[in-house]
Design a protein around this ligand. Structure first.
Ligand code: XIL
Length: 366
């Protein structure tokens, strides 16, 4: 059994916080004290429900970007590194949006989690309508991974190499366009990613595989089996991502720690990759308090697991979130409200991180 120390893993990767950010005392200053990456997905395009007019949080809302720089030391693009966004036709790539996020991150001492190289959604019509043969699909997958991971090589902390490959009903490989390229597509993707960017932490990412004692048990075991097989075959995988889109009605912390631990036993990091806690809207002080407790539970489970190195939420302000669009009647899922005010969830995270940073400091004092 290999043991993993978060602090040892992150030494050399964790960036020194610029003086201004430290003075501002966002979450990142405390997270750095605790040896943890804390971050958010970043949204480039948004259509507010009230106006319906497309705008860009990243380009048009300076409060949004200032808050990211203050609070976080890791970011991930919500959409602009997906195949449909940066690979618009078989022979063309458009890296403009993704490049501007990586440049922004560099300027602010923030690291980037790439999301995502191989996924069956948001791939673009040219792929789904293309009627490609198995051999052509193999070539497309490997070319895509080589081109995209190669483009950002040396600039990203981690990549979600493959996303959501396990089926929710059969618990076998999901029947996707990528499976048509061959049952070994996952390992081909990881090998191509490692070849293109030898330094990035390579992750398998999925949802509903965090619990071992509830309705998520079968999926948790299926993902574990898949990952264990990859490790055994010496496929270059370094980490497992837990999306953790959740809600008070379904949140079940039982089993999260065990799942984190069994990946540590395989020598792998775990990342919380897409946490949000959706509420029935309008939310109330009571439901926002419950939500805060869930954020705290997940943070404490991550801090308690030496191999949990990154805690990323799927957005950070209720002003811009995918939940109301995808789950009508629900929303308010994030740690700041739509006017950037701190919700109980923010305060809980801040407190947990502060405590963890103090414990690290005390342990280091002779
Ligand atoms: C979502 C984005 O948040 C939306 O803006 C987009 O329209 C659809 O995709 N799992 C994932 C993410 O891995 O990429 C998804 O993001 C949410 C579910």
């Amino acid at each position: 059994m290999r043991s993993i120390s978060r602090t040892a893993l992150l030494i050399g990767t964790l960036v020194v916080v610029p003086a201004a950010a430290t003075a501002a005392k966002g979450l990142r200053a405390k997270a750095e004290g605790a040896g943890l990456f804390i971050g958010t997905a970043v949204r480039f395009y948004h259509r507010p429900a009230d106006t319906g007019v497309l705008m860009s949080p990243f380009r048009d809302d300076p409060v949004y970007t200032a808050r990211i720089a203050k609070e976080f030391n890791i970011v991930t693009p919500e959409n602009v590194m997906k195949m449909g966004s940066l690979h618009p036709s078989r022979d063309s790539y458009n890296f403009a949006d993704a490049d501007s996020l990586v440049d922004f991150a560099d300027q602010h001492g923030i690291v980037v989690r790439g999301h995502v190289l191989v996924w069956h959604q948001q791939t673009g019509d040219w792929l789904t309508d293309g009627a490609f043969s198995k051999a052509e699909l193999q070539e497309i997958l490997e070319e895509h991974v080589a081109a995209v991971a190669g483009h950002f090589a040396g600039r990203l902390f981690a990549w979600d190499v493959v996303n959501e490959a396990i089926d929710d009903n059969t618990f076998k490989l999901r029947k996707t366009i990528w499976l048509k390229s061959g049952k070994d597509y996952i390992e081909r993707a990881f090998r191509a990613a490692r070849a293109a960017d030898p330094d990035a932490v390579l992750c398998y990412n999925d949802y509903n595989h965090a619990a071992s004692l509830s309705w998520q048990r079968q999926k948790s075991d299926a993902v574990y089996k898949l990952v264990k097989k990859l490790v055994k075959k010496k496929v270059p995988i370094d980490c497992v991502g837990f999306q953790l889109h959740t809600a008070p009605e379904i949140f079940d912390p039982a089993g999260i720690a065990e799942n984190f631990r069994r990946y540590a036993d395989l020598g792998l990091q775990v990342h919380i990759t897409e946490l949000d806690v959706s509420l029935e809207t309008p939310s109330t002080p009571a439901t926002r308090k419950k939500q805060g407790a869930i954020y705290k539970t997940v943070m404490d489970l991550c801090l308690g697991a030496p191999n949990c190195t990154a805690f990323v939420t799927w957005g950070f302000t209720d002003r811009y979130s995918w939940i109301p669009e995808f789950q009508p009647g629900r929303g308010d899922a994030l740690i700041l409200d739509s006017d950037y005010r701190k919700k109980p969830a923010y305060k809980k995270l801040s407190k947990s991180l502060k405590k963890a940073a103090q414990a690290v400091a005390e342990a280091a004092t002779p």
